[in-house]
Design a protein around this ligand. Structure first.
Ligand SMILES: Cc1cc2nc3c(=O)[nH]c(=O)nc-3n(C[C@H](O)[C@H](O)[C@H](O)COP(=O)(O)OP(=O)(O)OC[C@H]3O[C@@H](n4cnc5c(N)ncnc54)[C@H](O)[C@@H]3O)c2cc1C
Length: 445
């Protein structure tokens, strides 16, 4: 084993038993899982390939993320006071014609018996990731700066992983939190469902003199068949994260026509009056780009392993649910490993319920956002602003119900899954009806 980076106190090659859990990936899911596990008294090694990732995404949090961050040691007020981010009190949809719609939780929800916190945050992910990693190291998580290249298995059991630098690491338990690398889903060929087309996000940061206290989503208003959008997130009071999301196919065509990534980004922003001045005031921009596909895996558990975070399920960025999902999976996966550590395996039912909850929540968000917002039939029938309400109200409510119920056992898990499935079914039927209706009208005209 060849420790490097900020690795602390790794066991030697012949002491594999010193590690109880190997966590692959030191993003938010991996770090959060590691912290929960060491707090439960387990010895954890977290393997991270790219410790200094300068462009992590996931800056606009939904309303369930703050409690999960508080459990790690980051209450909202601390994050604000120490300059990790800004308040997010609402989401604004701004159309190219300048009109807006605001989505803000009702004041009554903050009153008894609900007592729901109406604020959430935008966060500077470089700073937050570094701070979470610092807490992990302080609490005793060992971090190995290396890349897992091979996974050795016996049937469905993971025996060891081997890194690029040649370390072979065995432990009784493994958690795969490798994000889009999806190491275990690929290794075990886990079944998956895709939502929407492949997409590309291009983003950068602008210094501004003032910003709006909320996340703004910018979109065309004139009934596109599939929706492109631009996010505007004030990660600091004087710094905006601005990113444009489009279908991968469209970006590929623009690139093939000779446009650079920066050109594509500039042109996307030029469509919105809000950005014209901003973009023209900057002579050169340096963008980051990523492509992704919203994908939800099933059967994300084995006798001694679980998959957590984006490796298990990628939810669309427009839902702002990725960070919540990563932290929630981490807490639930760590809870299962801690609970069954003496048995040395996860009972099938407990693993299956974990898998089902993760899968159904991600399918709910992806199905809702694709059918109600991205795709044309429902949005163009009821208008984009109303579609925003139709998506936001159930999404926000279900996240809150999930946080309150905190499902673990069979009854609470089934209750949540039936609720999520019902909303998905309603969205699917409504989408099919609107599609049929539009085709019928077009055929008749
Ligand atoms: C464009 C975009 C915008 C987004 N915006 C939002 C948003 O506004 N709000 C929100 O809530 N969510 C958002 N998300 C989603 C959110 O960023 C992710 O869901 C969340 O960060 C996932 O965390 P994670 O820890 O599971 O994965 P990651 O943060 O990707 O961490 C995985 C880690 O595993 C490491 N790794 C990978 N392979 C290996 C290997 N072989 N060996 C060792 N280490 C490895 C990687 O280096 C990485 O650090 C967005 C996503 C995208 C793509």
């Amino acid at each position: 084993m060849s420790p490097c980076g900020d690795t602390t106190g790794l066991p030697g090659e012949n002491d594999p038993d010193q590690i109880d859990v190997t966590v692959i990936g030191g993003g938010l899911a991996g770090m959060a899982a590691s912290i929960h596990l060491v707090r439960d008294g387990l010895r954890v090694l977290c393997i991270e390939a790219d410790i200094a990732d300068p462009t992590p995404v996931g800056e606009s949090l939904d309303w369930s993320a703050p409690d999960l961050l508080a459990n790690l040691g980051f209450p909202m007020q601390r994050l604000i006071d120490e300059g990790f981010g800004t308040w997010k009190r609402h989401v604004i949809l701004r159309l190219a014609d300048g009109t807006t719609a605001e989505y803000v939780p009702g004041e009554w929800l903050s009153q008894p018996p609900f007592n729901i916190e109406l604020r959430t945050l935008h966060v500077d992910r470089v700073r937050l990731n570094a701070a979470v990693r610092k807490i992990a190291v302080r609490e005793g998580v060992r971090i190995l700066h290396d890349r897992v290249n091979e996974i050795d298995t016996r049937g469905r059991t993971v025996v060891s992983v081997t890194t690029a630098k040649g370390a072979r690491i065995s432990s009784p338990w493994f958690i795969d939190a490798s994000g889009s690398a999806r190491l275990f889903p690929r290794k075990f060929n886990l079944p998956a469902s895709d939502y929407g087309p492949p997409k590309v996000a291009i983003w950068t940061y602008f210094t501004v003199t003032e910003s709006v206290e909320g996340t703004t989503l910018h979109a065309e208003g004139d009934c596109p068949t599939y929706m492109d959008w631009v996010w505007e997130i004030p990660v600091h009071p004087d710094m905006l994260s601005i990113g444009a999301v489009s279908r991968g196919e469209a970006i590929k065509a623009l690139r093939a026509s000779g446009q650079s990534v920066d050109d594509v980004f500039r042109n996307q922003l030029e469509r919105f009056p809000r950005f014209r001045e901003l973009i023209r005031s900057v002579p050169a921009i340096s963008t980051s780009i990523t492509s992704y596909r919203c994908r939800v895996h099933r059967q994300i558990f084995g006798p001694n392993w679980l998959v957590a975070g984006e490796a298990a399920a990628m939810v669309d960025p427009m839902t702002s649910n990725g960070v919540t999902a990563a932290l929630r999976h981490a807490s639930e996966a760590a809870g299962l490993v801690s609970k069954y550590r003496q048995r040395h395996r996860i009972p099938w039912l407990a693993g299956a319920l974990y898998s089902r909850r993760i899968q159904d929540v991600a399918r709910f968000f992806n199905c809702g956002i694709e059918k109600v917002i991205y795709d044309g039939p429902i949005r163009n029938t009821i208008g984009v602003k109303t579609a925003g309400d139709v998506y936001t109200i159930p999404a926000w409510s279900l996240n809150n119900v999930y946080a309150r119920v905190s499902p673990k056992g069979i009854v609470s898990s089934l209750f949540i899954c039936v609720l999520l499935g019902t909303f998905r079914a309603v969205a699917t039927v409504t989408h099919a009806f609107c599609k049929y209706d539009q085709a019928y009208c077009e055929a008749g005209s």
